[in-house]
Design a protein around this ligand. Structure first.
Ligand SMILES: Nc1nc2c(ncn2[C@@H]2O[C@H](COP(=O)(O)OP(=O)(O)OP(=O)(O)O)[C@@H](O)[C@H]2O)c(=O)[nH]1
Ligand SMILES: [Zn+2]
Length: 409
């Protein structure tokens, strides 16, 4: 075979999906505390994720905004700051000296003492492709939805890039960000291994990559379930504090243990362990939310105080993993109606819901009650656990019993 001469015929370089890679890199840049330039035609927005921002980058963005310190927040945080903004709106705040420090901006954006500060005027803005994409990037980066911004307009892209003094800013197309976020999740099976568990049943861990290339999800296949019949299974969102350390603030660890016992007893099944710590807001923000809960805010409002949705999770990831595993029909271990609805929306036949009992303690009682009363969770499993393992009423059970929530579908 005659090889082409690379000097006269350079090989055509075929690269992978540019869009997904660009968006993944942009979210990584924000987590590094670096600025990113979002572009939409001739318009552009220089952004930095407020919570990770370095002082020097903060100064650079401020200089680009003609010395103004401009923040972009969403309506949820605006409400905490005392403003009324309609659902989904974005707001901008311009900090004035001497309150235009990074620390002050961070406190306003996600701190617990924001109301003690001098509040600048909030301006409700008409979100556009640039600001929407900026907020999507903050979410994908699992940073508080608070950005420092500088508009850059009236220049061509080339001029604009040249005008950035560092010459070291990643440029990403706003449309690419919105498209990457809106598309069905791409999940790729990457490896698998046998991992013996204490229950003794043959178990396999299967690793998946996606929806972003740097995300990892796991399917734990217990025993040898018949994939042509309804498969007993659980979709479990990661909870470092509960699953690994047995935190009493939630019931996650006990639910996971109970799941493995139940699936073993049911002749095998699947746990999809999703990387959605803190209902999708990440560990850092979950700990911030815990701080707010300690001052009396409930688990959903604590998310909203930080500018997040009460639940930021997406369960289409589970649908994609089940499709890969060849599962079409399931018996779902959960008390969460949203999981049932989401799997059905993905075309999975949820033939049965199996309640899942976690322990009730004085530390998690309010959390579980709020999930039943506000989050619409089925409450019968939690209610049945006012007693300890021996059936005795223990100290922890001296709390008011749960209302019996909706039972069954
Ligand atoms: N933001 C936030 N997340 C929490 C809090 N407590 C627990 N979590 C997270 O909530 C999620 C609980 O996930 P799951 O156990 O899969 O699901 P669920 O929605 O409670 O529904 P079930 O299937 O009935 O257990 C995990 O990601 C935890 O890290 C909290 O107070 N705030
Ligand atoms: Zn938990």
């Amino acid at each position: 075979m005659v090889r082409p001469d690379p000097m006269t015929q350079p090989p055509k370089l075929i690269n992978g999906d540019r869009t997904a890679a660009a968006v993944d890199r942009a979210r990584s840049e924000l987590r590094h505390g670096r600025a990113v330039l979002l572009r939409d035609g001739d318009r552009a927005l220089l952004i930095g994720g407020l919570e990770a921002l370095e002082e020097t980058v903060c100064s650079a963005i401020k200089a680009q905004a003609c010395g103004r310190f401009v923040l972009l927040l969403n309506w949820r945080r605006a409400e905490v700051l005392g403003a009324t903004a309609k659902d989904g709106a974005l707001v901008s705040l311009t900090l004035q000296a001497p309150d235009d420090s990074l620390a002050n901006a961070q406190e306003l954006a996600y701190g617990a003492r924001a109301k003690e500060l001098t509040l600048p005027a909030l301006e409700i803005i008409d979100g556009d492709g640039l600001t929407d994409a900026a907020m999507v990037l903050a979410r994908l980066a699992q940073l508080a939805p608070a950005l420092m911004i500088a508009e850059v307009s009236g220049t061509t892209t080339a001029d604009l890039e040249a005008s950035l003094s560092t010459g070291d800013v990643l440029t990403v197309d706003a449309g690419d960000v919105l498209r990457a976020d809106g598309q069905a999740p791409r999940i790729k099976r990457v490896s698998a291994a046998r991992v013996p568990l204490v229950e003794g049943t043959e178990t396999q861990f299967i690793a998946f990559r996606g929806p972003m290339p740097s995300d990892e999800q796991v399917a734990v296949v217990i025993g040898n379930p018949d994939m042509s019949k309804p498969v007993p299974m659980r979709v479990h969102s990661s909870c470092l504090t509960g699953d690994v350390f047995g935190s009493l603030r939630c019931d996650c660890g006990e639910q996971l243990e109970a799941t493995i016992r139940k699936l073993t007893a049911m002749g095998g099944g699947i746990v999809l362990y999703l990387a959605q710590e803190g209902r999708g807001i990440g560990l850092t923000n979950k700990l911030r939310a815990y701080g707010l809960q300690d001052s009396g805010v409930d688990t959903y409002d604590a998310n909203a105080h930080l500018g997040f949705e009460p639940d930021e999770r997406r369960f289409d990831i589970a649908g994609a993993m089940l499709a890969d595993l060849g599962v079409k029909s399931v018996r779902l271990l959960t008390n969460n109606p949203r999981k049932v609805d989401s799997l059905r929306a993905e075309g999975i036949d949820v033939v049965d819901r199996v309640p899942l009992t976690g322990g009730l303690t004085r530390f998690n009682a309010q959390y579980l009650r709020t999930k039943v009363e506000k989050g619409g969770h089925f409450g019968e499993a939690a209610y049945s656990r006012g007693l300890d393992e021996q059936g005795e009423t223990n100290d922890d059970a001296k709390i008011a019993p749960f209302p019996v929530g909706k039972v069954g579908f």
